[in-house]
Design a binder for this molecule. Structure first.
Ligand SMILES: [Fe+2]
Length: 345
């Protein structure tokens, strides 16, 4: 396995790049905007393909690298379903897995630091975001933070993991890089409390200054979506009413870009093809399934995904491959569902 812990000294952020092998797919956790060139260099050096970028929560102390990585690698962005970020490709809930080739991360909903905080469990290690830090815990005094929820997340979820589980946090300001669940249970000063009330009291009296970057980072991190205003005004972006009107039209092929488990969970537009986003480039170029379908039948490709981000990227890729009529559904299945569009479940 390839496992790299990268550090941004300005914000004290740890970023993790993980792949199962050289030449394979990779994912990145909590990338920092200013370090994106460094990550992409490492991706090339290690000969891996970045396919997913995850933020454990909406950060207040640095601007996320999610949008820049998506724009430069066409990777899929991932956050929790509670996030206020405008558009991410995949929104996970408790128990969902985030997969790339040879790797599965289990999403654990661990609110408290923010209400969109997730931890990710991978075999012998857990990425705890700002929920559980080494000898500390993430502050709970802004962004819908809640010390009571954090107590639950830590004591009833993270500390229930096996003692030897490695703890990889999103930050450290002292130079520590890794800990274990057992070590934190025994030595983390914030966790030496007798009750939830004692913990709440402790967290409510920390009297911390707001992070320096907060006024810049939070608004920026809410708008990570693929220049949505720009995308929305293109003629290749169809709203739900326009897409509904094309159902059953023999000249249009609805193409679902989501992963199999997203389809199971949220349903599928009847009579649509399944062409997962990860294989998109292969599919839209000469010889690929979608390219040949569009060319042989003159059908217009109508892409859709969960929220409209992958599908907007797919339109650009298809147009680049010569399929000029490709279009997509604004807001994806999420908007389709809200409008009462038909779904097979
Ligand atoms: Fe944070």
């Amino acid at each position: 396995m390839i496992f790299r812990q990268l550090f941004d000294a300005t914000s004290g952020t740890y970023t993790y790049l993980i792949a199962s092998r050289r030449g394979g797919e990779a994912l990145i956790i909590d990338p920092v905007l200013e370090k994106v060139d460094r990550y992409l260099q490492l991706v090339r050096d290690l000969d891996v393909k970045l396919v997913k970028a995850i933020d454990t929560h909406l950060h207040a102390d640095h601007i996320t690298g999610l949008g820049a990585l998506r724009d430069r690698t066409q990777c899929v962005t991932v956050m929790g379903e509670q996030t206020k970020a405008d558009v991410v490709s995949i929104r996970v809930a408790e128990g969902d897995t985030v997969d790339v080739e040879g790797i599965a991360l289990e999403a654990l909903y661990t609110p408290g630091h923010t209400d969109d905080s997730y931890s990710y469990l991978m075999q012998d290690r857990v990425f705890t975001g700002d929920t559980l830090l080494i000898r500390g815990t993430g502050r709970t005094d802004f962004q819908n933070g809640d010390p009571r929820a954090q107590y639950e997340s830590i004591f009833n979820k993270l500390l229930k993991l096996p003692t030897e589980t490695l703890v990889y946090p999103a930050h450290d300001y002292k130079g520590d890089t890794v800990s274990t669940i057992g070590e934190e249970r025994a030595c983390n000063p914030r966790l030496q409390v007798k009750s939830v009330d004692e913990y709440v009291d402790l967290m409510n009296n920390l009297k911390l200054a707001n992070p320096k970057m907060m006024d810049v980072a939070v608004p920026a991190n809410i708008h990570v979506g693929l220049a949505q205003d720009d995308v929305a005004h293109r003629e290749w972006t169809l709203d739900i009413a326009e897409a509904l009107a094309l159902m059953g039209n023999p000249d249009v092929a609805f193409v679902d870009l989501r992963e199999a488990k997203e389809r199971c969970k949220h349903g599928v537009i009847p009579n649509s093809l399944h062409a997962p986003y990860v294989d998109l480039m292969e599919n839209v170029h000469a010889g690929g399934m979608l390219y040949e379908l569009a060319r042989a039948t003159s059908r217009r490709l109508l892409f859709y995904c969960a929220f409209g981000e992958r599908s907007a990227m797919a339109v650009r890729a298809a147009q680049g491959a010569g399929l000029g009529s490709a279009c997509h559904i604004k807001g994806g299945i999420n908007a389709w569902k809200k409008a009462g569009g038909p779904l097979n479940t």
